[in-house]
Design a protein around this ligand. Sequence first.
Ligand code: PLP
Length: 404
Amino acid sequence: LERTQVINFNSGPCALPTSVLEEAAKGLINYKGTGIGLAELSHRSGYFGAIVNDLAALIRTQLDVPPTHEVLFTQGGATGQFSAVVLNLLARHRLLYPELTDEERVMDYVVTGNWSKKASEEATRLGGGVVNIVTDARTVSEDHKTFASIPPHGSFQFSKKPAFVYYCENETIDGVQFSTDPKSSASFPWEAIKEEDFVPVVGDYSSSFLSRPIPDIARHALIYAGAQKNLGPAGLTVLIVRKDCLVDTDAAAKLGAQPVPITMDWKVIHANNSLYNTPPMFAMYVSQLVLEHAQSLGGMPAITLMNERKKDILYEVLDEGAAKGLFRLRVHKDSRSWMNQTFHVLGEGKEELFLEQADKAGFKALAGHRSVGGVRVSLYNAISEEQTAVLVNFIREFIKQNAA
Ligand code: PLP
C-alpha cells in the first residue's frame, strides 16, 4: 500500500506529517550539507546543540512555559518517569522533612485510567513512602470496573502534605481526559490543593501534549510526555520541571532517601543541558521539524481549533450511532478525550464487522487497547480535518447499513 491509501489512527506511535518525514529522511542522509547524516553527527557538535536549544525554545513558545520551569529531555519513555517522579520527589521531600518516617511520606495518586493506575503501582513497588489513592474512577462507574469519567471533586481524598500529587491528564487507553474548563465537573480540582503548601503536582501529558494549551503549567512541579503522539518518534521524553524540584538527590541519599540512578536525576539532566549521555538524536531532530511544521500552520491556537473540530464531528456521529442503539460510548460526555475516542459496536459480530470494513477502507489501527477491547480512534495532530471527515462518513454509512 501507499501512504496515501491509508489513514493511520494508531494510538502511539502514531502518524506524523508526511512532509516532515520527507525532510527528516533527507537530514538522515546529509544534515545541512555537512555530508554526514544527523544520526551520525556528534551529539556534542554545534549542529546538535542547536537542535536541543531550538526544540526547547519551540516547546516553550508553543505552550507558553513560564520562566519558573525548565524544559528538559530524557529517555526511558513516560514509563521511565513513573519511577523518576517517585525517586526525585521523595528525595525532595526528604531534604525538606528529614525527620519523617517512610510511612509518613505519602504519595497521592489520582487514578482515572489505566496509565495513572500503572504509575501508582510503580510507586508502591519502589517504596520509600506510601501510596494514597486520592480517587479511583472505577468506583464511580456503572460497572465498577471501567474508567468512564473524571470522578466528582468531592470524592478526591488528598492527604495533608503529600510528597507529591500525581495525575494523568489524558488516559490514552480509556479515553478519559480532564477538562480545561475550570467550571466543568471534569476539571482538575485545583481548589483542593493549597498553593501556599507548594505541593508538587505532577501531570502525565503523554497523549495530549501539544494538542491544546495547558492552562495551569505554573502550578505544576512536573509535566512530562513521551514524544510518540503529537511530537515525534518514540525514544524521547520531554520534562517541564519547576526549578525547586531539581534537587540534590545525593544529599537526600545521605539522609536516607533512595539513591537516584544518574540518568533519572532531573538536576543532573538540567545541569548538562539534557546531554549528560547520548540523547535520542533522531527523535529530537524529527520533533524539532514537527514543531516547526506546527508553527507554520499557526501554532497552538490553530492546532487547538483543528483538534476541537475533529473531535466534535467524530463524537457527533458516534452519538448518532449510540442514539440508534448501535454504539455504546465508554466515557461520559464531560470527561471525553479529544485525542482518543473509545466505543463499542453492539450486536452479534458487529464490532468485528466494523473493524474489518474499516480496515478494508484504509482506516488502520482502530481496535481498542488489548486490555479493554472495543474500538479506539486516535485523532492526534497529524490527522487532518479532511481525514477525520472521511472516517466520519464511513461511520455514518455503517450506521445506516447496520442500525436496526
Ligand atoms: N502514559 C500515557 C498517558 C501513555 O499514553 C503511555 C503510552 O502510550 C505511557 C504513559 C507509557 O509511555 P511509554 O511507552 O513511552 O513508556
